[in-house]
Design a protein around this ligand. Sequence first.
Ligand SMILES: [Zn+2]
Ligand SMILES: [Zn+2]
Length: 125
Amino acid sequence: MGVTVKISCTCCKAQWQCQIGCGITHGELKQVTALFSEDVQKEIKNCIGEAMFPWFDFHYQLSYCKQCNSIESIPYLDLGDSHTKFIGKCAKCGQETELIENIENLPCPVCHEKSLIAEETGSWD
Ligand SMILES: [Zn+2]
Ligand SMILES: [Zn+2]
């Protein structure tokens, strides 16, 4: 089950709602692969090769999109070694985003203060 988080800025009061983690449907690699663009889908298939039950780790992760100046959740797929991580693009503008490691270190996209906080507001699947 994934969680819904509310990111808010204590300085300018800007807010974002994001869903992170993964849901029931993301237990299957096929479903997960479908979230990526066609090029990436091909790459993923190449990486998996003939494996019947390939190991993978998938979740939505918080990410900062410069283009949208916004915090988005993007699909993140790890196929098990350092060469096989697939990071989705921004769902709104299709551009690459920057993964957010620690929300407290990210300047607010609106007021540029480091005053973002995250709180869990619910769950989804
Ligand atoms: Zn702010
Ligand atoms: Zn974007």
